[in-house]
Design a protein around this ligand. Structure first.
Ligand code: LRH
Ligand code: MN
Length: 432
């Protein structure tokens, strides 16, 4: 593969030099304010550096809707170029060493070659994702009317085999988890027998579960609608939880933030799944209406903070079976995907560090005294603390960029990729 342009550490260091003065000033100022609150800012830098987020391979290309997709310049044309871009994100923000693959979109010709390419960029592979919501060229049986719950046993078998193949590929790539999201459902009342389809789902998932290696986890991803518009088989956390319990100790419930009706209290669902020992982790994104897959923290940053508040509370109380996987799952239709993914990784770190700023003693005291206002004020104090200097110092000390977007734009990376990656012609639509 011809040499490709990459941002080097020297360039990042030179960019950081320009920003160093204001960061140190802001850091000192914040350190003093936090000291008054009995908080050691260095602890929070450690927390910021401990957060690990996986980038979706399907998120580094420009996304679209059913109406259209407007590809940007220098689009990655395959999994190796996607990993190049994931490597660039990791280089600049330092919190995203993992990539979540989607099969067959990212099916490599040679798994070892892909693993070596990833390792050379400090990357590893997080949860695998199967795809039985599209028909692939040459596929024998269609998923038009479902996959793991299709009335035809042969279609279910085809879908089961695909999931097992994803797990086998994941083993070769060092992944330790498999995410199953299916679009199965109906568009009209009566189209499906609601109880029978769930029975078929469990029957199929038991076969997938039995193919899991001992040290793997199976993530069930619920979604309240789309592509089905009347009934969706795995429509909410309750069904997902029931299935995870039915399947066994290696099955967990994955929370994609966009998969809930507007105004649902997602942090409460998170607290429940933590308490029930079945929280798999997250597909972080944000939304205003449907499964909009917008940048994390771009629409409801307070909700993102409240979700991290539940996660940090569980972490500090060492709740059993608490080992959530943090992944982004976004579609970047109008921004440079690399910039959006970097900004989103920063927003997750912001929510996580702010959640560690919550005075939990004061919060608990207010809760026990039914002092609702003081409880809210205690949370708001953390949420309204500008932790940007902590996040910048955490990145800089880890060899990343104080200003990831500024450094990325100054590097000319996108323009260089536009030269290296001739654009594909033709009209496009759909999320990838
Ligand atoms: C479904 C979903 C799922 C992925 C897909 C790309 O809406 O969130 O996690 O498989 O997006
Ligand atoms: Mn998702």
């Amino acid at each position: 593969m011809a040499a490709h342009f990459e941002i080097d550490d020297g360039f990042i260091a030179a960019q950081n030099e320009k920003a160093k003065t204001w960061v140190e000033e802001d850091y000192e100022h914040l350190a003093k304010a936090l000291r008054r609150r009995g908080v050691d800012i260095e602890d929070l830098v450690g927390k910021a550096q401990s957060l690990r987020v996986a980038v979706p391979s399907w998120g580094v290309g420009t996304g679209g809707t059913r109406f259209a997709r407007f590809p940007g310049s220098g689009e990655p044309r395959g999994i190796f170029e996607k990993l190049e871009d994931c490597g660039t994100i990791f280089k600049l923000v330092r919190s995203t060493p993992a990539v979540s693959l989607h099969i067959p979109w990212d099916k490599p010709g040679n798994a070892d070659e892909l693993l070596a390419f990833a390792k050379a960029r400090g990357l590893n592979f997080d949860a695998m994702n199967s795809n039985t919501f599209q028909d692939q060229t040459g596929q024998e049986l269609s998923y038009k009317f479902g996959s793991l719950t299709h009335p035809d046993r042969a279609v279910r078998n085809q879908a089961i085999a695909h999931n097992i193949a994803c797990i086998e590929l994941g083993q070769a790539l060092g992944s330790k988890a498999h995410t199953v999201w299916i679009g199965d459902g109906g568009n009209f009342p009566g189209q499906q027998h609601i109880r029978r389809t769930l029975e078929r789902y469990l029957e199929s998932m038991r076969e997938i579960y039995s193919a899991l290696p001992d040290d793997w986890r199976l993530f069930i991803e619920h979604k309240f609608y789309e592509p089905a518009f009347y009934s969706t088989v795995i429509n909410d956390w309750g069904v997902s939880y029931h299935c995870a319990r039915e399947l066994g100790p290696k099955a967990y419930c994955l929370v994609d933030l966009g998969h809930h009706p507007p105004n649902v209290n997602i942090e409460m669902i998170v607290a429940r799944l933590i308490q029930f020992g079945k929280l798999a982790g997250f597909h972080f994104n944000d939304s205003k209406y449907g499964d909009d897959d917008l940048d994390s923290g771009s629409i409801k940053p307070f909700q993102l903070f409240l979700i991290f508040n539940e996660l940090v509370d569980a972490e500090l109380h060492s709740v059993p079976h608490f080992n959530p996987a943090y992944m982004l799952d976004q579609s970047h239709n109008v921004t440079d995907p690399i910039e959006s993914l970097m900004m989103s990784a920063v927003e997750l770190a912001r929510g996580y560090v702010q959640a560690h700023l919550v005075d939990r003693e004061a919060l608990s005291a207010a809760q026990e005294k039914c002092d609702a206002l003081m409880a809210l004020a205690t949370l708001k104090q953390a949420f309204t603390t500008d932790v940007a200097p902590i996040l910048a110092v955490a990145r800089e000390r880890a060899g990343g960029a104080i200003d990831p977007i500024g450094s990325y734009r100054a590097s000319g990376y996108r323009q260089r990729k536009a030269e290296e990656r001739p654009a594909k012609v033709g009209v496009a639509a759909g999320i990838v």
